[in-house]
Design a protein around this ligand. Structure first.
Ligand code: C2E
Ligand code: CA
Ligand code: CA
Length: 733
């Protein structure tokens, strides 16, 4: 709050009071005084008497006597001397002199000494009465005038105060548009002192771009309702020195009206200038702009958002249609972005998005629009392409630009993107079609191994709609439950050559596509959230099968079940597992939950706690595909898992000439050994691999060498009658 300066603008101005007129009669003759008193007596008058000059002076000093009726000849002081004394003392009393000396000479003297009237002592009594009336009337007018002046001063001061304290610029221009008044606010707002502006044309403070607009408001001649109100005009601050660009602009809202005065003698009022008020609305404007910006931009990257993009695409399309031009739309998705978010946290993810946006922008022309659709998805509008290859060129440029690593969490990170392109008119005529087809093309390149670009072709569309169909089919399958089947793949003890457990692997008997491998529908189930229902189906089915085998005597079998990271995102996982175990009366330690390495990175604290909880309920937990993602053995320290499954890729590369893989497996197994973890090698296909793995101290093995995943009935046969039977099988004697 601004302190209000100490200005007296109290509006309590006294009204003209009906105060009594006071008359003082000075004469040494008591009879004369009595007569005069009688003559002058009237309502509203107080009459006093004095017989000497001294007495009179004493009384006059109180300065409340309106009229003094003064005899010039007094016993002590001469009347003229009293009058001189009164002038000296600034005593504001009007004097009527009366004298027995009726010569014109003494009358003139008296008047020169300041008397208002001269009355002959022995003249007509009416003379005195009239003189007193005249003087009193005049006194009254004088007093009224004085009071009016005071009132005016008050009101003017009040107005001045209001104008000066106003948060707005208040000004008056003459007929030429030059300032004749401006309040002190201009200094705070524009940096000009009032004196600098007086006499200057208003255009010095108007932003050059608004001059035309300002002319109407600043030259306003109309008054009242027709005058300019709320015209938005930018005013510019005083420039310092010659460097013009230092000038800042403020946004004001201006109201003005014409000023009119009457010339003496003229009947019509004539224009004397313009007066107005300019209110600074810069802050409000900024707030409005911010809100508008936020509605159409992505706050993280500052790029246009999908709404603005759609709008611009619409406009560009209309233009391209009219001019017969070609136009391009790109859909860009950062590959494996989710991994960055999951691994390093949202902050690093956000930084990557920002840096990416910066680099992508740099590959574009000034008329192109880069927008963020949300998440790690970006779109580009390429208006006016001369050939269809131009879009591809820009995509190539972007991919090349990404060869330089980003900094993520203080380390170099190579990001790749998948870019889908659609062109007008070849690939679509509406914004929706172009965006959708660019999106489909983007999915295509994702499916082909990411890190590249594709232009839309109609064949892709069928692939895309296939995916949507598949999604619906999966939903139906999940409801029915009878299209899925679990296959079981044995896990064989390296030292004993017996089957110690099996991994449950899901298959989908698709009504049209036939038998589908999980790789073709698990990712879709994960994306759509259907995986949780699927996991429930698998748990129920696998545990019920295990219960069956256990009832047939296979009590030492370990059942491995794959769970998705999505299952771990839900807090009810431990309860769900317990519920399934209880439903089939399976002891927890007969079940091995397979989790992926990525789970160790993502939301690590929460997942460590979850894994601990699962372990404490007796369940076993394995890390699947170990070594593919982060190869960080460090995590093993923090996760209380039971075993690790060495990924197939290491096993595949395992041969006597390739030492790298063996070295890695050796490192993994020795560390695992020191943590007391069981080691299982996956994807064992050859005797050579089996041999090497045994040397590398793997406990168990799984792979085509022993058996492919088998339907339940065939697996049961395998347990009984294969080269790698279960130790629980009934012995044939
Ligand atoms: P995974 O957990 O790594 O399963 C092992 C995969 O390797 C299986 O593929 C299996 O058939 C294959 N395999 C086994 N031995 C060999 C071998 O010697 N050589 C080769 N080349 N491959 C071998 P499958 O059954 O197609 O499963 C693929 C993936 O699908 C699984 O990988 C797993 O991640 C996922 N999956 C399978 N069933 C389920 C399930 O019920 N739930 C979840 N969430 N995921 C599942
Ligand atoms: Ca697995
Ligand atoms: Ca695996």
């Amino acid at each position: 709050m601004k302190a209000i300066p100490n200005v007296d603008f109290s509006p309590q101005i006294p009204d003209l009071p009906e105060i009594a007129s006071s008359i003082l009669i000075v004469d040494d003759d008591q009879r004369v005084r009595a007569t005069y008193r009688q003559l002058l007596a009237a309502e509203g008058r107080s009459i006093e008497e004095c017989s000497t000059g001294n007495e009179a002076c004493h009384r006059l000093e109180r300065r409340d006597v309106d009229v003094l009726i003064l005899d010039l000849k007094l016993p002590d002081i001469h009347g003229l001397e009293i009058m001189a004394w009164m002038v000296d003392k600034h005593i504001p009393t009007a004097v009527i002199v009366f004298s027995a000396d009726e010569s014109i000479h003494s009358a003139i003297r008296a008047l020169r000494h300041g008397a208002f009237e001269f009355v002959r002592k022995h003249g007509d009594p009416e003379e005195l009465i009239d003189a007193a009336d005249r003087v009193l009337r005049r006194r009254r007018i004088e007093r009224e005038h004085a009071l009016m002046t005071v009132r005016l001063k008050h009101s003017e001061r009040l107005h001045r105060f209001l104008v000066e304290q106003s948060p707005d610029i208040v000004y008056t221009l003459d007929t030429n548009g030059c300032f004749i008044f401006v309040n002190g606010r201009v200094h705070a707002l524009l940096g000009y002192t009032r004196e600098e502006l007086l006499g200057q044309h208003y255009s010095v403070i108007v932003h050059p771009d608004d001059l035309e607009h300002a002319r109407f408001a600043f030259n306003e001649r109309r008054i009242g309702d027709r005058a300019s109100t709320n015209v938005e005009i930018r005013l510019q601050t005083k420039t310092h020195g010659v460097r013009h660009f230092e000038s800042r602009a403020i946004v004001t809202i201006l109201s003005a009206q014409g000023l009119y005065g009457t010339l003496e003698g003229a009947t019509r009022k004539h224009f004397t200038g313009t007066s107005g008020v300019a209110r600074d609305i810069t802050e409000r404007k900024k707030a409005e702009e911010t809100i508008a910006f936020q509605a159409f931009h992505d706050l993280l990257t500052g790029l246009p958002n999908r709404v603005l993009f759609k709008d611009r695409l619409g406009i560009a399309l209309t233009q391209a249609q009219r001019k017969g031009q070609r136009l391009g739309v790109m859909f860009i998705d950062i590959d494996r972005f989710k991994l960055v978010n999951d691994t390093y946290g949202h902050h690093e993810g956000d930084e990557l998005l920002k840096s990416f946006a910066g680099r992508a922008r740099a590959c574009l022309r000034s008329g192109d629009t880069l927008a963020r659709q949300g998440g790690d998805e970006f779109t580009v509008l390429l208006p006016d392409l001369s050939t269809g290859d131009d879009a591809a060129l820009i995509a190539v440029k972007m991919l090349a630009e990404l060869k330089r690593p980003f900094r993520v969490a203080g380390a170099d990170f190579l990001a790749t993107v998948s870019i889908g392109i659609s062109l007008y008119p070849e690939n679509g005529e509406t914004p929706e079609d172009l965006l959708r087809n660019a999106d489909i093309a983007m999915y295509q390149i994702k499916g082909e191994g990411k890190n590249g670009y594709r232009q839309y072709t109609p064949e892709m569309h069928s692939g895309h709609s296939l995916r949507i169909t598949l999604e619906n089919d999966l939903r139906v399958a999940l409801e029915k439950g009878d299209q899925f089947e679990l296959y079981y793949q044995p896990q064989v003890s390296a030292s004993q050559g017996t089957t110690v457990g099996m991994e449950a692997l899901i298959r989908w008997h698709h009504p049209k596509n036939g038998l589908m491998a999980p790789g073709n529908f698990i990712p879709l189930a994960e994306e759509t959230g259907m995986i949780v229902g699927l996991s429930d189906w698998v748990l129920d089915k696998a545990l019920s099968q295990l219960a069956d085998w256990r009832s047939k005597g296979f009590t030492s079998l370990q059942l491995a079940i794959n769970l998705s990271p999505k299952d771990f995102e839900r807090d009810d996982l431990p309860e769900r597992l317990t519920r399934h175990l209880d439903a089939h009366a399976i002891p927890a330690d007969a079940v091995d939950i397979e989790i992926t390495e990525s789970l160790l990175m993502k939301d690590a604290e929460k997942n460590i706690a979850l894994v601990k909880q699962l372990r404490s309920s007796g369940l076993r937990v394995s890390i699947d595909d170990f070594g593919t993602r982060y190869s960080s053995l460090n995590y093993l320290r923090r996760f209380p898992v039971t075993s690790i499954k060495i990924d197939q890729s290491f096993v595949r590369d395992l041969n006597p000439h390739h030492h790298n893989s063996a070295a890695i497996i050796h490192a993994i197994s020795s560390i695992a050994y020191s943590f007391g973890l069981r080691i299982l090698a996956e994807g064992v296909e050859t005797e050579a691999q089996r041999h090497l793995l045994s040397e590398l101290a793997c406990d168990d093995m799984q792979g085509f060498l022993f058996s492919r995943p088998l339907p339940a009935a065939e697996f049961e046969e395998f347990l009984n009658a294969s080269a790698f039977p279960s130790p629980d099988r009934p012995r044939v004697s």
